[in-house]
Design a protein around this ligand. Structure first.
Ligand code: ASP
Length: 442
């Protein structure tokens, strides 16, 4: 029997955890960094390598295939509205949980002081980064979307919104010129698109090994050959972690299925089965940006979302829609306030909702970006940003989990938008092969 991809990745993940723990117990840190970690880096690099060409090719062909530009603005408006709504819901879930469970009151005082001492320098660098982010003017995010040089935009995966902008621009241009001029360009990008989707499949063959290496290395760098310390940290911050995890779990398994039920005919099981490999990659890379090619491929091939919708909704989502991050930021902000015995009135809680939604939009789709933006939220409600020292030690673990929620949210919205636009095919596991066959027959 042929094992499904997500099972192979799960096996890689479990073996990675086992290896990581054994390695940490036996002091194999250097061996792991030298001989295991590079395979994880290669896997992430391969995914990142195809992200820009994938978005470029699929969005250009997607936009150019729209006969009517009004449709693009309708899809855009709908997408952004659902993205913001789901983020507000997730922040609210986080706030309710943290206010009810009060994890901040459960941190022992001596542990609090020790944590603040240990992470003092880390806090400083995070605060400086947040300061830079804060000094930007109100319209700067819009200015940042418009690149002054094409290759400049394509030179870094962090510029994903610029790539989205350029692709839409080229797509619009293609609609405006004569068929004779548009066709060769379009054919080139269409062909390119097929090649890249195929490459995602090939790269995913390496996923079980990549995931094994990434997890082993994460445990290695978190534990630093001292697993007992991690266990101690987890027990002190266990309540806080649990609050974030319960919130993420609730949002992922209740809010998203509810949206799918309301707007699509898709079975919830089909959705989660289809998206599972992307969730596992998100978990092991902690980066929705690196996971983007897999999310796009799974949505198109396994969930039946049209390329037109997925190529627009998903890159946008990877950049601005981070429900998991927003939920975590809300819980973390209140947790720190509770631990430092600072009361937050209803006004402060509303400020957290607003700033967490905005901060999650501004959070980069890379590991640990969420904690930098957390500093801005803390300052907005007058909680000392040095308080992040309390949670830095367990941040990586929560980062892995919130990234899973982030990409699940993107995939849900893509499915919902496709369904409401009449662009959701019945999902078939073999649709790519069908498409290649149809293409070959043409
Ligand atoms: N790692 C998250 C992501 O890429 C962002 C964060 O919350 O740090 O989605």
């Amino acid at each position: 029997m042929k094992l499904a991809l997500h099972w192979k990745i799960i096996i890689g993940l479990v073996l990675g955890v086992i290896y990581g723990i054994i390695g940490a117990l036996n002091g194999w840190g250097t061996f792991t960094s030298n001989w295991i970690a590079p395979f994880g880096t290669i896997f992430i690099n391969l995914l990142k390598l195809i992200a820009v060409p994938l978005v470029l090719a699929s969005l250009i062909t997607g936009v150019a295939s729209l006969s009517d530009l009004r449709k693009l603005s309708r899809i855009g408006g709908k997408t952004i509205a659902i993205y913001i709504t789901t983020t507000v819901v997730s922040v609210t879930i986080g706030l309710v949980l943290v206010n009810v469970l009060k994890p901040g009151h459960k941190v022992p005082a001596d542990m609090r002081e020790e944590l603040q001492r240990t992470y003092q320098t880390d806090v400083q660098s995070r605060t400086e980064m947040a300061e830079q982010a804060k000094q930007r003017g109100p319209l700067q995010p819009i200015v940042d979307m418009v690149p002054s040089n094409f290759f400049g935009a394509a030179s870094s995966n962090r510029n994903m919104l610029q790539i989205v902008f350029v692709s839409i621009l080229i797509g619009v241009g293609l609609i405006q010129v004569s068929k004779e001029h548009a066709e060769p360009v379009l054919k080139l990008f269409e062909g390119f698109n097929h090649v890249i989707i195929r490459l995602v499949d090939i790269i995913m063959l390496m996923a079980p090994i990549g995931v094994f290496a990434l997890i082993a290395d994460t445990i290695n760098s978190v534990a630093k050959d001292n697993l007992a310390q991690v266990v101690e940290l987890l027990s002190a911050l266990g309540y806080y972690c649990l609050t974030v995890i319960v919130g993420l779990f609730f949002h992922t398994t209740m809010t998203y299925p509810m949206l799918l039920k309301l707007f699509t005919n898709m079975k919830i099981k089909t959705f989660f089965q289809g998206i599972a490999p992307a969730q596992l990659v998100a978990f092991s890379t902690s980066s929705s940006g690196a996971t983007l090619p897999v999310t796009m491929e799974r949505c198109e091939e396994n969930l039946g979302v049209s390329e037109e919708v997925s190529s627009f909704v998903l890159p946008l989502g990877a950049t601005i829609n981070m429900d998991g991050t927003a939920l975590y930021q809300a819980v973390a902000a209140v947790f720190i306030a509770q631990a430092l015995n600072l009361g937050l009135d209803i006004g402060a809680q509303l400020t957290i909702i607003l700033t967490a939604v905005l901060a999650s939009i501004g959070t980069a789709a890379v590991p640990s970006a969420g904690i930098i933006m957390l500093v801005i939220i803390l300052e907005a409600v007058n909680v000392p940003s040095a308080g992040i020292a309390l949670i830095l030690g367990v941040d990586r673990i929560l980062d892995m989990l919130r990234t899973v929620t982030n990409i699940t949210g993107d995939a849900t919205v893509a499915t919902v938008v496709a369904s409401t636009e009449g662009q959701l095919r019945p999902p078939t596991m073999d649709s790519r092969k069908d498409r290649i066959r149809i293409h070959a027959e043409q």
